[in-house]
Design a protein around this ligand. Structure first.
Ligand code: CDT
Length: 349
């Protein structure tokens, strides 16, 4: 049965340390309205969409650091963000966005939420698990730092897929399952979504956790440096232009290959361009298919809507054939994946 869905990535150009929150929210409203004019039902904003990507800076001023986090758990009603959620409700568009979260208990996370416009509630939350970079800045004063391990705790919510209601008409609901349907409801219900954040996309484990829950759309916002040799290594010397091309290549490589290997669509949304006057972030927001193809991609390095109309039924081919996990996975051979974290070469000959 066809299950059509209109997806969009809301790519955002730079947000500077000096940018005003209200201006950023207004840019997001403009993007939502553009997405609405295309008929989008789900719009994904980037990682840390409300501020500059502050983990690149060593921030010693406590009140400045505190200003980068959302302290109110109820974002749809918080003064900083209410306008965005009201607009999403008005336009009947589900939104997902990344933000720096400070819990009432004082724990900080790099978080993403999914807001259902139809129910008017936050359906799901994800806290970034793979925090890249270092806790301390590099000794090279020119290095681009990635101090996420300093500013965030490791996410504690796992990779929990969820269904988004009221997007696809005519889907099978729990109450409608007949005896003859029993055990054959896969691919017939509301869309199954999963969120990950930036660096998580480079780890097949993140995708497989969602794949095993039947995920149909993976949502991934990101802030990826275009030139950061201290982070990536310097074995191959590259110009900033070559490095940025390589970073976009790796971004698309992981989105396409993991979408294919888990038979799901994916949306990725960048924050991009030159932030804070000198830090380059890649663009390359895209929507990929379960066969690993790019269906739509950003053409600019600024605010832009990337849109695709998809049919979730296209996930079935991979899920039922090449990647039918129940028939083909061999968990008895995969023990090392959860038993061991780092590499052990097992000694020399
Ligand atoms: N924001 C974020 O997670 N950025 C990382 C940089 C890691 S350096 C390879 C990313 O994976 O894009």
């Amino acid at each position: 049965m066809p299950r059509p869905l209109k997806l969009a990535a809301a790519q955002m150009g730079p947000i500077h340390q000096t940018s005003k929150r209200t201006d950023t929210i207004h840019r997001m409203l403009t993007l939502l309205q553009r997405a609405s004019s295309l008929g989008a039902q789900v719009v994904l904003f980037p990682e840390c969409a409300l501020t500059t990507f502050f983990p690149r800076h060593l921030i010693t001023d406590a009140s400045l650091l505190s200003s980068y986090y959302e302290h109110d758990d109820d974002l749809p009603n918080a003064p900083n963000t209410k306008l965005l959620f009201d607009e999403a409700k008005k336009l009947k568009i589900d939104i997902s966005l990344g933000y720096a979260e400070m819990t009432p208990g004082g724990k900080s996370y790099n978080t993403s939420l999914y807001f259902s416009a139809h129910t008017g509630t936050i359906l799901a939350k994800y806290r970034k698990i793979h925090l890249p970079g270092t806790s301390e800045p590099f000794s090279n004063p020119e290095a681009v730092n990635q101090l996420e391990k300093r500013y965030f705790h490791i996410g504690d919510l796992g990779f929990s897929a969820f269904r988004a209601p009221d997007l696809v008409p005519g889907v099978l609901k729990k109450g409608d399952v007949k005896e003859e349907d029993e055990g054959r409801t896969e691919g017939k219900g509301d869309p199954i979504m999963g969120m990950m954040i930036c660096n998580d996309r480079r780890w097949p484990e993140s995708w497989r956790c969602y794949g095993l829950q039947g995920v149909e759309v993976v949502l991934c916002g990101y802030n990826t440096a275009g030139y950061a040799p201290d982070l990536w290594g310097t074995r191959r010397v590259m110009t900033p232009g070559e490095a940025e091309e390589d970073a976009v290549f790796h971004h698309k490589l992981v989105m396409q290959s993991n979408s294919y290997m888990n038979s799901c669509f994916s949306i990725s949304a960048a924050k991009c361009g030159l932030e804070d006057g000198k830090y380059d972030l890649i663009a390359g927001s895209c929507i990929t298919s379960p066969e690993g193809h790019i269906l739509a991609e950003a053409k600019t390095r600024g605010d832009e809507i990337v849109f695709a109309e998809v049919d979730l039924e296209d996930c079935r081919q991979g899920k039922e054939k090449t990647f039918d996990f129940a028939r083909h996975r061999r968990v008895e051979a995969y023990g090392l994946i959860t038993e061991r974290t780092g590499v052990d070469e097992g000694g020399l000959l």
